[in-house]
Design a protein around this ligand. Sequence first.
Ligand code: GTP
Ligand code: MG
Length: 171
Amino acid sequence: MITLAKKICLLGDFAVGKSSLVRRFVYNIFRGDYISTIGVNVSRKTVIIPCESRVVELTMMLWDLAGSAEFDRVRINYLRGAAGGLLVCDLTRPETLDSLQAYARDMLNVNPTVRFAIAANKCDLIDQQRLTPEQVESVASDLHAPCRLTSAKTGEDVEALFRQLGQLLVD
Ligand code: GTP
Ligand code: MG
């Protein structure tokens, strides 16, 4: 068994659900109230990932960064050393998808080999969807990133997406 640790940054506009996705993945819980992240929250989870004929024990160091505009100037200081980026948008707010390009660019400036995955979150809010899967896929294909429609509330595709990013980081 090989053991690895990788830093992964969660990036996306305020209230898209970055902290909620981490909470679902790491603790398998959801809370409906909104407590905006101040600065950064670091959590970790170890997963077993197949790699060729072996398995890798991957510790994902999850850096959940504040999405608020006040944090825009300093956010870049937290990206150093990241191997992966989980870019998060909110399916009920189209402008949050447009923002992902800039977050990706910031990460690529710091680490040109960074790998991305995209969470198009809040897919449980069925009546409020204002982005189509095709719109999300188009941004994802530009970044060579897997993408999934997720819900931190129901848990849909959350674990699967984190694992998919983990797989990219060990391959
Ligand atoms: P910042 O820390 O301010 O950048 O926000 P964030 O991206 O961490 O968002 P957070 O996880 O705090 O979630 C914001 C709000 O959206 C909270 O009220 C959550 O309960 C809610 N929320 C997050 N994910 C989902 C989801 O998948 N479905 C629904 N219905 N609500 C969600
Ligand atoms: Mg947060």
